[in-house]
Design a protein around this ligand. Structure first.
Ligand code: NAD
Length: 508
């Protein structure tokens, strides 16, 4: 009997659907079908690809309620949030890729700088890689599957998505809409399964775009080395927020609470650690606590602000981190436990103070609704602590002095920094988004977010059609002398050397 996946609603723990797992042979067959579909898709125009993308956007909006229901049931997130993040993201992304892809992938003229090479005309082109494998986590089941597939498809590739085993349903629904929108059959396919299915995809695709944990990302990269296929890695984060003494404290507190609790803080760029100096510290803490206590947590179908966590394993990590912090002396000002009145994976929105970097809640990714606030002496200490992390994905700085904040932003070891804001870099689709250190490498969004799905090729064209070129055979002492003189004439910074070289050249 074949293996199956049971998809459960994390808010109620009810079984929603049971799906068969794709075996390695089925993954190989899916890749072969995708390769077939890609062979003609790669020749379609950007205008045609954009037309299909816009059709897909209409279908997503027409079926928005159905999609929101699926997303809500597989993640436990409130409906309003699902609309405001996942469906908003796809509408934004479709517009951006439809509009910008042709420009990003346009043939690029290359101007050689060395005088002896200027005689050559050169340009560079972007061709699709073939079949892209996308392996995704559970925290944004549509954004990180279909959303990641958009630039790959627009670049002329086929795509196979391996969604998280916890949340495959919205990706399956999205793939149906892709076909209904008129994209060729088999151009985008979903393979459902656990790690083994992901591994089979690594064994057959031409590139892997992986989003997930650091540990799995390393395993994927290791496996990909066997076939030397490229891998982009979007991994974990521990995004710091630094509040300077001249910050608008109300805005900072609001951005902190939203940036920490949106999607139950199960976003890769959630704010994960706050550093606040005197004299703002107490006022900031009070405002954050007041806002957190006003956050309504509950069933995703009710009128609430936040829902439950999607993964039981992640919930257990959050419980362990908060318990460890408490044992080491952290004070809990709000929450600090599983929500006793709800049956699913609900953890109460939590605020912790008196924390330090010996606690995993300040040093490891939490990925749950916990806001640890640490008192710091000055901005220098805040930067030092913010950089004292194995991660480097995003960060936020709050200050009324935007140029001082921008200078500080340069010192943070991360792929993005929001000034007086939180999380928003992810929705600026034209801006590259990527991580440093253990947060991975490679980019989504912007020109790099689509060029990664392409083979860049350089074409060099002879301009003059001479019968002979200088370096061609036969070699001779005279040619060697002439090259030496030429290099001295062009490159040596001493005038006497240049003069001597010129005389040498004239002598022949
Ligand atoms: P995970 O690493 O456990 O799983 C991610 C995906 O990899 C899943 O689809 C899983 O089935 C698959 N997988 C597991 N083992 C595999 C293997 N050996 N080979 C191939 N595929 C395999 O991550 P998760 O728990 O689903 O997601 C949470 C993590 O994702 C967090 O660490 C979070 O920070 C990260 N994340 C990062 C970003 C980003 O853009 N940087 C965005 C969202 C989530």
């Amino acid at each position: 009997m074949s293996e199956t996946i049971q998809v459960r609603n994390p808010a109620t723990l009810e079984l929603i659907k049971e799906l068969p797992v794709a075996s390695p042979a089925e993954v190989a067959a899916a890749v072969a079908r995708a390769r077939q579909a890609q062979s003609s898709w790669q020749h379609t125009s950007f205008a045609e690809r954009a037309r299909l993308l816009y059709q897909l956007r209409d279908l997503l909006l027409d079926d928005g309620d159905k999609l929101a229901d699926i997303l809500t049931s597989e993640t436990g997130r409130p409906r309003a949030e699902v609309y405001g993040s996942e469906i908003f993201y796809l509408c934004n992304a479709i517009g951006a890729w439809a509009k910008n892809s042709e420009r990003y992938l346009r043939q690029q003229k290359i101007a050689p700088s060395f005088p002896l090479v200027k005689a050559k005309k050169a340009y560079s082109t972007y061709a699709p890689r073939g079949v892209i494998g996308i392996i995704s986590p559970w925290n944004f089941p549509l954004t990180l599957t279909l959303g990641e597939a958009l630039p790959a498809l627009t670049a002329g590739n086929a795509v196979i998505i391996k969604p998280s085993e916890l949340t495959p349903l919205s990706a399956l629904f999205g793939a149906d809409l892709v076909t209904k929108a008129g994209f060729p059959k088999d151009l985008l396919q979903i393979v459902v399964g656990y790690g083994d299915t992901g591994e089979a995809l690594v064994d057959h695709a031409d590139m892997i775009a992986f989003t997930g944990s650091v540990e799995t990302g390393k395993r994927v990269m290791h496996r990909a080395t066997d076939r030397l296929i490229p891998v982009s890695l979007e991994l974990g984060g521990k995004d710091p927020m630094i509040v300077l003494k001249d910050a608008d404290i109300e805005r900072a507190a609001g951005a902190c609470v939203w940036g920490s609790l949106m999607n139950g803080r199960q976003a890769c760029t959630s704010i994960e650690a706050d550093y606040v100096g005197p004299p703002m510290y107490q006022a900031f803490v009070d405002k954050v606590v007041a806002r957190v206590k006003a956050v309504r947590q509950g069933k995703s179908t009710d009128d609430v602000d936040i829902g439950c966590m999607t993964s039981e394993a992640q919930l257990n990590k959050v419980v362990a981190q908060v318990d460890e912090a408490r044992a080491k002396g952290a004070k809990i000002l709000a929450g600090g436990r599983r929500n006793p009145s709800l049956p699913g994976y609900y953890y109460e929105p939590t605020v912790l103070v008196d924390v330090d970097h010996s606690m995993s809640v300040m040093s490891e990714e939490t990925f749950g609704p916990v806001i640890p606030i640490m008192r710091v002496k000055n901005p220098e200490e805040a930067i030092e602590l913010a950089n004292d992390s194995r991660y480097g994905l995003g960060a936020s700085i709050f200050s009324r002095d935007k140029s001082a904040a921008a200078k500080l932003a340069e010192k943070i070891e991360s792929g993005a920094v929001c000034i007086n804001d939180s999380l928003v870099n992810f929705i600026v689709l034209e801006a590259p988004m990527g991580g440093r250190k253990d947060s991975g490498y490679g980019y989504r969004h912007g020109a790099d977010g689509i060029r990664k799905y392409c083979q860049q090729k350089t074409i060099v064209v002879d301009r003059f059609g001479l019968k002979e070129e200088f370096p061609w055979y036969p070699a001779s002492e005279k040619k060697a002398r002439q090259v030496r003189h030429l290099l001295n004439l062009l490159c040596h910074s001493g005038w006497t050397h240049k003069l001597r070289a010129l005389k040498g050249l004239m002598r022949g």
